[in-house]
Design a protein around this ligand. Structure first.
Ligand code: B4P
Length: 185
């Protein structure tokens, strides 16, 4: 199964992607995690990504698309994946469609996590107390929300017909159960 998780920062995409990928037996591919791994290894890609992430801005799509193309072509993703944090813009969605077409594959589902802004801000500020993530502070979180509304929310319309809304307010287990239900599992 090839599933995309959409939602504002802090909606719990990463949290649910881990549980879902275990359930489906396919890899969890998080662009945020891939960038953070590159940053901690101080690669060229990491140094490029860091300045955008620190500001709460999106890393340029050409860099991101290439990274995703390489990752979904790895052998462990041959039977599917849970994509978390990608695509984040309509042009990334177009790139993903091309990447999958070259593999003769298509997305099976897009889940959109529905959470009020006040709750995601609370979750991110809470995580910021211990995460050490430079983008989990009030000012940067505000910018990430603006970027989400301007750049990522239009994907809901782009994926019209494929998107299933998931109520992402509640405990992690409650949301996981709704994710499985949305996928008919
Ligand atoms: P991401 O790493 O994707 O981070 P996120 O949006 O903050 O996280 P997510 O929604 O996964 O929340 P999580 O489960 O962690 O992006 C970071 C940055 O990377 C971006 O700003 C951008 O710069 C760059 N980037 C990534 N992808 C990109 C792309 N495609 N193009 C360009 N740039 C890109 O949950 C958040 C917190 O809530 C956690 O502490 C968690 O424990 C808690 N939580 C989760 N579910 C909960 C629940 N049900 N109840 C209570 N708390 C919960």
């Amino acid at each position: 199964m090839r599933v995309v998780l959409l939602g504002p920062p802090g909606a719990g995409k990463g949290t649910q992607a881990v549980l879902l990928s275990e359930k489906l037996g396919v890899p969890h591919i998080s662009t945020g995690d891939l960038f953070r791994a590159n940053i901690s290894q101080q690669t060229l890609l990491g140094r490029e990504a860091q300045k955008y992430m620190d500001a709460g801005d999106l890393v340029p799509s050409d860099v991101t698309n290439r990274m995703v193309e390489a990752r979904v072509n790895e052998t462990d993703a041959a039977n599917g994946f849970v994509l978390d944090g990608y695509p984040r813009t309509v042009d990334q969605a177009d790139a993903l469609e091309k990447i999958l077409a070259e593999m003769d594959k298509k997305l099976d589902a897009v889940l959109s996590f529905d959470v009020p802004e006040s709750i995601v801000i609370e979750r991110l500020v809470e995580r910021g107390r211990t995460s050490g993530r430079s983008d989990d502070n009030a000012e940067i979180i505000h910018n990430r929300m603006v970027v989400y509304r301007d750049e990522t929310a239009p994907l809901l319309e782009h994926y019209d017909g494929l998107v299933v809304q998931v109520d992402a307010v509640g405990t992690i287990d409650e949301v996981h159960a709704r994710v499985l239900q949305a996928l008919g599992r």
